[in-house]
Design a protein around this ligand. Structure first.
Ligand SMILES: CCCCCCCCCCCCCC(=O)SCCNC(=O)CCNC(=O)[C@H](O)C(C)(C)COP(=O)(O)OP(=O)(O)OC[C@H]1O[C@@H](n2cnc3c(N)ncnc32)[C@H](O)[C@@H]1OP(=O)(O)O
Ligand SMILES: Cc1cc2nc3c(=O)[nH]c(=O)nc-3n(C[C@H](O)[C@H](O)[C@H](O)COP(=O)(O)OP(=O)(O)OC[C@H]3O[C@@H](n4cnc5c(N)ncnc54)[C@H](O)[C@@H]3O)c2cc1C
Length: 665
């Protein structure tokens, strides 16, 4: 029997009555089409009906080592199932790696994730045709399992500071890998601790006595039969973390470990047999794997946010608490405007982030195809936009997930609510693949350069030439977007003015840059927000949407862009012309009124909107967010699984508490 034919909480049932739009239309929109929805559902049935992929006990009750073993068991079973997947191998793999279907089975992190998310992409992006022919089939067939080993104990951000060396020995035509200090040890790579037997290792390349910078090397770490680390390789796991505990992040040291010359991944730069170094066309091409992951992380964070919003919204319609009208029945907490103010902006954000991530994905594909043909023109824009959206989606996403947790009160603090895991994953994305502050500064560098040199890619065109658009702010969506644009331009100008001021005081450019960091970061963030709101507004102009769906998405769009405007209003005060024209105060009074009206307009559709995400209960993995709303019974069922409830008196009572109670007599 399907979950929809059993119990349904009466409040949720009411919420679902008279939905003015077709939920399936939104589902199809988010999936990328009707066929994709059908494919996803078929895949979910195929994977989630397998009893062997279900947890015997919740992961929280297992030891660190048992958690890893259990997730690895399921990850391997999934790989077996992949061969017969009805949806085909590539879509299945994509679904299994991310926060959607994959997380329903592998709740604490997939020990094979890095193999697919970074190792294979690194081979494809950095290896020559011959190297791909040698390694790719092995990697796809899981004859070898790899990871991406870049970060070291001493350096993660500053890649030019990496200490691991790969020194070319022309006599043997080998590279000698060496970790010259403790801080040179690789530290953090996922799957490195226990799972992987190969890695793409980033190391400083030395040849003919000269350092040529960091380069990627294909390195075997463990014996393919025994899985023992090879002589000269030191490996371990780094221990428990805030989240993602079965990704077995590891450490790795090299003691004069030799690899053949042709294991330098040579698509972009080469070392010839005699040690001659051949430069790449652009030194940053060796960073390409990170760019790819930044792009997919935006999508992944959005999926996680959808889960958090679904759990919190359904729970808030089941939960009744306090008094709204004296003497009346306790209301659904969703009826408090304060609760709507917490939950409707993240609900809107899920659409905003998805649409922006879709644009970024398209840019990635175009840029990548061009790079394959030797045309690097789109690279700076791709780097700028992928840094901007990765930083924005992960930082805003983590804040929104925390708000969703808070909106569920005490029950949101239960491990079984699934908020701790979701938060652990989203907050990790603030740090990995480039710490967000560092990425904001990369974006700012691109913005300042564009504004000063008056040339740049499509995403920064608004910084080139005179400001276009109305000089006053009107109350249409276009008018608000224009306000965002003027803020973004204004903040870049403020940052440039700050840099020039320091320059006039005689500061060196690097000092001036450091002293303008606050302004630079604000400018980068305003740029990223502009991109997201423009994507949202423009996406609604095109496409084949029915009138009811267009109405509700337009309301969400408007709510979201006003929400951000009000949240970040302080930034407008940096832009002098806004204050002069008194735009700020008048505009905000009007906007606040509209924002509150939109909360009330969207409130009745909140459950229908999260229903249209079509996230199965197994994916939500939370008694608070289940489709049927049977929250309290499910919480009790979860508590019954606690090992502390398997006996009425725990043995530790007799060991410790009883003697203590006696001694007090
Ligand atoms: C499918 C589902 C998926 C789910 C995912 C979940 C799985 C989770 C898996 C978790 C996995 C987690 C895995 C992990 O975490 S893997 C480790 C990730 N590590 C990082 O991301 C390190 C971050 N650091 C850097 O990227 C660099 O060091 C930065 C960028 C900070 C500076 O670098 P550097 O000091 O060398 O540079 P520079 O300052 O001399 O020069 C700057 C110039 O270079 C240009 N530039 C810089 N970078 C790029 C670039 N990339 N493409 C194109 N251009 C680039 C830039 O525009 C500027 O140009 P110009 O202004 O001079 O013209
Ligand atoms: C869950 C997880 C998984 C990971 N997986 C992998 C993996 O598979 N492979 C891999 O190689 N690595 C991996 N990493 C490492 C990750 O990429 C790095 O931790 C990340 O790039 C940040 O580098 P860091 O730790 O050196 O931070 P630091 O750079 O030391 O950051 C510390 C502080 O210094 C600030 N800071 C640093 N530089 C600057 C600057 N120039 N200007 C202003 N502020 C600055 C930062 O903003 C931050 O506040 C993973 C990390 C995590 C958390």
């Amino acid at each position: 029997m399907s979950q929809k034919e059993t119990y349904e909480n009466p409040d949720l049932k009411k919420e679902r009555q008279n939905c003015p739009f077709n939920k399936e239309e939104i589902t199809n929109l988010l999936d990328g089409g009707k066929e994709k929805t059908a494919e996803r559902k078929q895949l979910e049935n195929y994977i989630l009906s397998d009893e062997q992929l279900k947890d015997a006990v919740p992961m929280e009750y297992l030891s660190h080592a048992d958690k890893y073993a259990e997730e690895l068991r399921k990850a391997c079973l999934l790989m077996h199932k992949l061969e017969n997947s009805p949806a085909g191998q590539v879509p299945t793999l994509r679904a299994l790696m991310g926060a959607g279907l994959g997380s329903a089975v592998l709740k604490e992190g997939n020990p094979l994730a890095l193999h697919y998310v970074m190792f294979i992409p690194a081979l494809m992006g950095q290896g020559t045709i011959d190297q791909q022919a040698k390694w790719l089939a092995k990697a796809y067939n899981l004859n070898i399992i790899g990871t991406y080993a870049q970060t070291e104990l001493g350096h993660g951000t500053f890649l030019r500071g990496l200490e691991t060396t790969a020194t070319y020995d022309p006599n043997t035509q080998e590279f000698v890998l060496e970790s010259p200090s403790l801080t040179a040890y690789k530290w953090w790579p996922g799957s490195l601790g226990k799972t992987a037997n190969y890695a793409v290792v980033m190391a400083q390349l030395y040849t003919k006595g000269k350092c040529e910078g960091t380069h990627p090397f294909m390195v075997q770490l463990r014996d393919e039969e025994t899985h023992e680390p090879l002589p000269g390789i030191v490996i371990g796991e780094i221990g428990p973390k805030l989240g993602m505990n079965t990704n077995d992040n590891g450490y790795l040291g090299f003691e004069k470990f030799r690899i053949p010359r042709d294991q330098l991944l040579m698509k972009h730069s080469q070392v010839l047999e005699d040690g001659t170094y051949v430069k790449p066309t652009n030194s940053k091409l060796s960073y390409a794997t990170m760019v790819f992951v930044r792009v997919v992380v935006c999508q992944d964070v959005t999926t996680n946010l959808r889960k958090a919003v679904t759990i919190a919204t359904r729970y808030s319609c089941v939960r009744r608490q306090s008094e709204l009208k004296p003497g009346d029945r306790e209301p659904q907490v969703m009826d408090y405007q304060a609760q709507q103010n917490k939950l409707l902006p993240p609900l809107a954000a899920t659409f905003a982030f998805q649409l922006a991530s879709d644009h970024l994905w398209n840019l990635y594909n175009t840029a990548n195809n061009n790079i394959e043909q030797g045309d690097l023109e789109l690279l700076p824009d791709l780097h700028g936009l992928s840094c901007a959206l990765k930083a924005l989606c992960s930082s805003e996403g983590a804040n929104f997930v925390e708000v969703c947790r808070q909106s569920c009160g005490g029950h949101g603090y239960m491990a079984c609510s699934n908020f701790p895991r979701i938060y652990g994953q989203v907050t990790a994305a603030e740090t990995y693949e480039g710490e967000n502050t560092v990425l904001w500064l990369q974006v700012a560098r691109y913005l300042v350069k564009t504004r000063k040199e008056q040339t740049g890619g499509l995403s920064v065109k608004y910084l080139i030439g005179e400001e276009k658009g109305p000089k006053t702010v009107d109350t249409t969506l276009e008018g608000i977007v224009h306000l965002y644009r003027r803020t973004a331009v204004g903040l870049v100008d403020v940052a440039i003015a700050e840099l020039e001021k320091s320059g006039r005081k005689g500061e060196a450019p690097h000092d001036a840059w450091n002293h303008a960091a606050v302004y630079l970061i604000k400018a980068a963030q305003a740029h990223a927000r502009l991109f997201v709101v423009e994507s949202f507004v423009n996406s609604l102009k095109v496409g084949n949407l029915s009138a009811p769906v267009r109405t509700v998405l337009s309301q969400l769009c408007e709510l979201f862009i006003i929400y951000w405007l009000l949240e970040r209003s302080g930034e407008l005060f940096f832009v002098r012309q806004f204050i002069k024209k008194r735009l700020v105060t008048v505009e905000f009074q009007v906007r606040t009124l509209l924002y509150v009206k939109l909360l009330a307009a969207i409130r009745p559709q909140a459950v229908n909107l999260v229903d249209s995400f079509d996230l199965r209960d197994e994916i939500l993995a939370s008694p608070l967010g289940c489709w049927d709303g049977n929250v309290y019974q499910r919480l009790f069922d979860e508590a019954a699984k606690s090992p502390l409830n398997q006996s009425s008196v725990h043995e530790s009572f007799h060991k410790y508490l009883k003697p203590l109670l006696k001694s007090n007599l």
